[in-house]
Design a binder for this molecule. Structure first.
Ligand code: SF4
Length: 417
């Protein structure tokens, strides 16, 4: 019989957890499509009846997920989009229902944009049990916002961030660097501006210019200087230093928080905790046991592959189809079954996004289910390249490892082979 270390036993619990530990709900509606956006989202009118029908469908699907025990250990809920705040009152109703279906969830987040985060909605969300708001700000320069095709102004963003903080929410601001017209000074001003509004969490991302978007058409082939990889790295370093001096700790490659304000939901994605995603384009990651529970309400799903330890599912129904789905049995999914070895390689890769790195239990587990010598050699190679370092019993990424993330993450994922 295999003998497991105490650390590995703890790690194995999450690989067999029958319930999801995090719930994601996707609302794919926006007031206008931003110039850089290739997410699963559509622009529509505030009075579009499809939004109410879509929310009703999610509520039905939540009932079903709860009935088969998939939400019984759920600790966090996250409503993302799209622009959930654009949906208005039905968003608050959805949050209330999700809380009832996942009663152990203590962190309940909603994404919001400044133009639709009204005082009325703040009150409704607070009453519904929402605890955290993640606000898409991107920049506090009006000229930069116009280039990005954002619908709100910098003044509106400041006002709504401050109102959300005052209303008692944990508030996060999303900011984007390496964007058109941005300078080091304007980037600093955006960072200082959101900090000045009292947020406890900031996420920073370099702009990705995607094919098929207006920015992609304008700049795609020209490799614009504003988005150069060196500019991206420099702005991310500026953010790191400025946020650190303001008391924000970095806990993930793109996420900074004051003490106790980390987003637990996002950390679930990087630490092998199973999650259930409902809505068009939403992804789930379930253990084999969780997948078997889901099959009770989704009999259209096939039996898992022999040897599958983890299942990834993405709902491929479009928003009209999802709104019309009477039950989860009507839904369609893309599926991927991962073996124990593939799951371990994926977990090593995801763990390297986190400041506190890869847990000892995962390394023990990876050495057992992957080739032990290859795990050791890969970690030693990454250490020699300055991509990772040992900290006590953990392997943690270095700043260089994050800057060369494609190499670091690629080496971890290659272990699956
Ligand atoms: S608000 Fe967000 S989801 Fe909607 S179009 Fe803009 S970037 Fe995309």
């Amino acid at each position: 019989m295999a003998s497991f270390s105490a650390d590995e036993k703890l790690w194995l619990e999450r690989l067999h957890q029958p319930s999801a530990q995090a719930l994601y709900l996707h609302l794919p509606f926006c007031a206008r499509k931003c110039a850089y956006c290739d997410f699963s989202s559509w622009a529509t009118k505030p009075e579009d009846p499809l939004m109410g029908d879509y929310v009703d469908a999610l509520r039905r699907h939540l009932f079903e997920a709860e009935a088969v025990g998939l939400l019984s250990c759920c600790e966090t809920i996250y409503v993302g989009g799209g622009t959930p705040s654009f949906v208005g009152t039905p968003l608050a109703q959805l949050v209330c229902h999700a809380r009832a279906m996942a009663p152990h969830a203590t962190e309940v987040s909603c994404e919001a944009n400044p133009d639709s985060l009204t005082n009325d909605l703040l009150g409704r969300l607070r009453d519904a049990g929402c605890t955290r708001l993640s606000v898409g700000v991107q920049s506090l320069s009006d000229a930069e916002l116009t280039e990005l095709g954002r619908i709100h102004s910098a003044a509106q963003a400041r006002a709504r961030l401050s109102a959300a903080v005052k209303a008692g929410f944990d508030v996060s601001a999303d900011l984007m660097c390496a964007i058109p017209l941005q300078t080091d000074e304007s980037w600093r001003a955006s960072l200082e501006g959101v900090i000045g509004c009292g947020v406890g969490h900031v996420s920073v991302y370099p702009l990705q210019i995607e094919d098929g978007t207006p920015l992609g058409e304008r700049y795609g082939a020209s490799e614009p200087a504003f988005n150069d990889p060196e500019v991206q790295a420099h702005r991310m370093e500026l953010a790191r230093d400025l946020l650190a001096s303001a008391g924000f700790g970095r806990y993930e490659v793109a996420s900074y928080a004051r003490e106790g304000k980390d987003c637990r939901h996002n950390q679930a994605y990087w630490t092998a905790r199973p999650y259930l995603g409902l809505g068009t384009g939403a992804s789930s990651m379930l253990t084999r046991e969780g997948y078997e529970s889901l099959r009770k309400v989704c009999p259209q799903l096939p039996e898992p592959d022999v040897g599958a330890r983890r299942v990834r599912l993405t709902c491929i129904d479009r928003r009209h189809e999802l709104a019309a789905a009477r039950s989860m049995a009507d839904l369609h999914f893309d599926l991927e079954f991962l073996s124990e070895a593939q799951a371990a390689a994926e977990d090593l890769m995801l763990g390297m996004r986190l400041v506190y790195g890869v847990e000892p239990g995962l390394v023990d587990h990876a050495r057992r289910v992957l080739a032990e010598s290859e795990v050791d050699e890969t970690l030693a190679w990454c250490e020699a390249q300055g991509l990772v370092a040992r900290k006590g019993l953990r392997w943690v990424p270095t700043d260089r490892g994050w800057l060369l993330g494609n190499i670091l993450y690629g080496r971890m994922w290659d272990l699956a082979d």
